[in-house]
Design a protein around this ligand. Structure first.
Ligand SMILES: NC(=O)c1ccc[n+]([C@@H]2O[C@H](COP(=O)([O-])OP(=O)(O)OC[C@H]3O[C@@H](n4cnc5c(N)ncnc54)[C@H](O)[C@@H]3O)[C@@H](O)[C@H]2O)c1
Ligand SMILES: O=C(O)C(=O)C[C@]1(C(=O)O)C=C[C@@H](O)C=C1
Length: 372
């Protein structure tokens, strides 16, 4: 998106809730010519921190001050707070044409709620980037979080096409791919591919943690399988409380279906039905392997991950050596961010997906925080 002539006012992008997602969005626009990024928090200490970290140009505890003259407002707070924020924003005189969007993991309720409000000058369009991680807070934010990810927008029949076009132009700057989906359909699908997996991961970890009370070898022996399926169990409790309660009906139906899947497995195992058990893994593998590749780049496939590194010089050598020793072929290594006051990020590129997957396991074993 171009801001046109330099004598025009900058495009003001406001972020309510500068955490993992809000902070990452802020970093996508901060420093771009013609953009001015403002963060909001109810907490004065957070406001100071956003500015000190360089995530926003300006931050304030005043909702009115933040929203005033905004061209775009991203509401990036937990799902349980979205309706409240929308109501408060509906009481503010917005710049005519201001677009308010959210990033909540559920869409039906906020889209419905917003449709009942008359925004003074603004338009609401629901949004949900399908990218994130188990870490939360502005410290985990990164300007490349949305690269190549899908970003859902949920326009309605009442959404003005020009507002939609402007929001799409803004979102494209994150390098995400936009998908337009009805809000209710979104909640049904995302319930299955995101909400149910988080429930399963948390329940599985709690089940094993209970066994571990009696025998600590459970934790000691927990290897790749357990770690792969349970990473998301470390996600933020408040965020997931809000999502699951908000998408209650969908999630309850999915848990019922899940219990049926478990009963089918249990029945086959109890009956010694080896062919049935093998068939479950065959069909599961077929679908899992058919999922779109984490494809980056147009001509050659490049598989990438990002590693948070506190201190570059020694660490780059250490990482390259460890990968080489493990016979993992690295095709490129690049420092994305290198400032004294923020942790750096290394982008590691691989030609083969299996090399990427091996590298991620190795780096996590070395206690690095890795994002794909
Ligand atoms: N984490 C993910 O993987 C992910 C991905 C896509 C969308 N989302 C959605 O994005 C939103 C933010 O998630 P996140 O991962 O960035 O969380 P986060 O915890 O990193 O950030 C949340 C932000 O909201 C603020 N906040 C929390 N409670 C608040 C309250 N009561 N009043 C005002 N502000 C409050 C926090 O200070 C923080 O700035 C959620 O709605 C979530 O559903 C998360
Ligand atoms: O990668 C993760 O840790 C995530 O949980 C990201 C994830 C997901 O389930 O895929 C989580 C919630 C969001 O609403 C979107 C993405």
């Amino acid at each position: 998106m171009s801001n046109g002539a330099s004598d025009r006012d900058p495009v003001k992008v406001v972020i309510f809730g500068v955490g993992l997602i809000g902070g990452s969005l802020a970093l996508c626009y901060k420093g771009k010519p013609g953009f001015y990024v403002v963060g909001h928090s109810v907490n004065p200490k957070s406001v100071e921190k956003y500015v000190a970290l360089g995530v926003v140009d300006y931050a304030t505890t005043s909702l009115e001050e933040a929203a005033k003259d905004a061209d775009f407002i991203f509401v990036c707070v937990p799902v349980g707070m979205l309706d409240d924020y929308m109501e408060r924003l509906s009481r503010v005189a917005l710049k005519p044409g201001c677009i308010i969007t959210d990033v909540g993991s559920t869409k039906a309720s906020v889209v419905h709620h917003a449709s009942k409000l008359s925004l003074q000058g603004g338009v609401f369009i629901g949004g949900h980037p399908m990218a994130g991680g188990e870490r939360s807070g502005v410290e985990a934010a990164s300007s490349h979080l949305f690269e190549n990810a899908y970003y859902v927008l949920t326009p309605t029949a009442d959404t003005p096409p020009d507002a939609m076009e402007r929001l799409e132009q803004l979102i494209k700057m994150t390098k995400a791919h936009i998908v337009k989906v009805d809000a209710v359909e979104h909640d049904t699908i995302v319930g299955a591919i995101s909400h149910l997996p988080h429930v399963i991961a948390a329940a599985l970890v709690n089940q094993v943690a209970a066994y571990n009370e009696a025998n600590v070898l459970y934790a000691v022996l927990a290897a790749g399988g357990f770690r792969d399926i349970t990473r998301i169990a470390s996600s933020d409790p408040i965020m997931w409380r809000d999502i699951l309660l908000n998408n209650r009906e969908v999630v309850l139906k999915l848990i019922e279906d899940w219990q049926r899947e478990m009963s089918r497995f249990a029945g086959q195992i109890a009956a010694g039905d080896g062919a049935g058990v093998a068939e479950q893994f065959r069909t599961a593998g077929e679908f899992r392997n058919s999922l779109p590749e984490r494809r980056k780049g147009v001509i050659t496939s490049i598989y990438e991950c990002y590693v948070d590194v506190p201190d570059h010089p020694g660490i780059i050598g250490q990482i390259a050596t460890e990968l080489g020793d493990a016979k993992i072929n690295l095709s490129n290594l690049q420092i994305i961010e290198s400032r004294d006051d923020v942790p750096g990020v290394l982008r590691l590129s691989f030609r083969k997906e299996e090399d990427l997957d091996k590298a991620v396991v190795l780096l996590k074993l070395m206690n690095y925080t890795v994002h794909k």
